[in-house]
Design a binder for this molecule. Structure first.
Ligand SMILES: [Mg+2]
Length: 259
């Protein structure tokens, strides 16, 4: 299996790993520099579908870390990838931000509220009642209901905000249909990530701060995992889960210093 440092590819969560909201975590810059110096393959993976890879690249640049857009995978991109294999050239009504919209357009989908193949829900702060009513009736009319990720909530400036699963719940309840979710821990997003970096599972590791999304995503895809204690899951919480990570570190900054 070799040591963690010798892995060829690193698939790394962002919030709670590289930064908290708009605050860079210690060791992040050193970790990214190390990935580049060592010629590693790397992908920053986020379950949020709000931002495009270009916007994520700008966000990191604003915190002093240079990462090109091709090094980002989002649940929006994974959703678009999945739907374009299910229904090439299909159509969707979207409740969500730029990230999911651009990903669908780049995958050859068109966006419409007239008899779409899918209703796709991601995260957006412009969520409103008319959108819900539209989505419910499109689903009742035969559109398939897709969520970009199964997160219930996520960090916002003032505390916690609703994420995809909370936003899609009213549509599920009113239409009486269950949505299908693409982001972590669905192995679909891990398979798409491996394909993007051209690496095998055995030479790859997934890094994240949450046992219930990042670590389970690695386990269900049979990829070794690193839990970092810089985010949601604390050391005392680990034993509450019926599975364990391969490695536990305080933060990503520790990886370069490992023996
Ligand atoms: Mg995280």
């Amino acid at each position: 299996m070799g040591s963690l440092k010798e892995k060829r590819a690193f698939i790394c969560d962002m919030d709670g790993v590289l930064y908290h909201g708009s605050r860079l975590l210690g060791g992040s810059r050193e970790f990214v520099d190390w990935l580049k110096d060592q010629d590693k393959q790397y992908l920053f993976l986020t379950n949020s579908s709000s931002r495009t890879p270009g916007e994520l690249s700008e966000k990191l640049a604003g915190m002093g870390i240079e990462v090109e857009p091709e090094h980002f995978m989002t649940s929006g991109i994974a959703t678009a990838g999945f739907l374009s294999t299910q229904k090439p050239g299909g159509s969707a009504y979207v409740i969500g931000d730029n990230g999911i919209r651009q990903a669908l357009l780049n995958s050859g989908f068109h966006l419409t509220d007239q008899s779409p193949d899918y209703v796709v829900v991601g995260e957006t702060v412009s969520y409103n009642y008319p959108q819900l009513e539209k989505a419910i009736n499109l689903v009742l009319g035969g559109a398939k209901l897709i969520g970009t990720n199964p997160d219930v909530s996520g960090p916002v400036e003032e505390g916690i905000g609703p994420a995809c699963r909370a936003l899609i719940a009213p549509i599920e309840m009113a239409a009486g249909r269950q949505a299908y979710f693409i982001g972590k821990p669905n192995p679909l997003i891990m398979r798409q990530s491996l394909k993007r970096i051209g690496c095998r599972r055995a030479e790859t590791v997934i890094i994240g701060d949450r046992m219930d999304t990042d670590i389970i995503a690695g386990i269900e895809s049979e990829i070794e995992t690193v839990l970092v204690l810089s985010g949601i899951t604390k050391e005392k919480d680990i034993d509450r889960f019926p599975y364990r990570p391969t490695y536990v570190l305080n933060g990503v900054g520790d990886i370069a210093g490992l023996a």
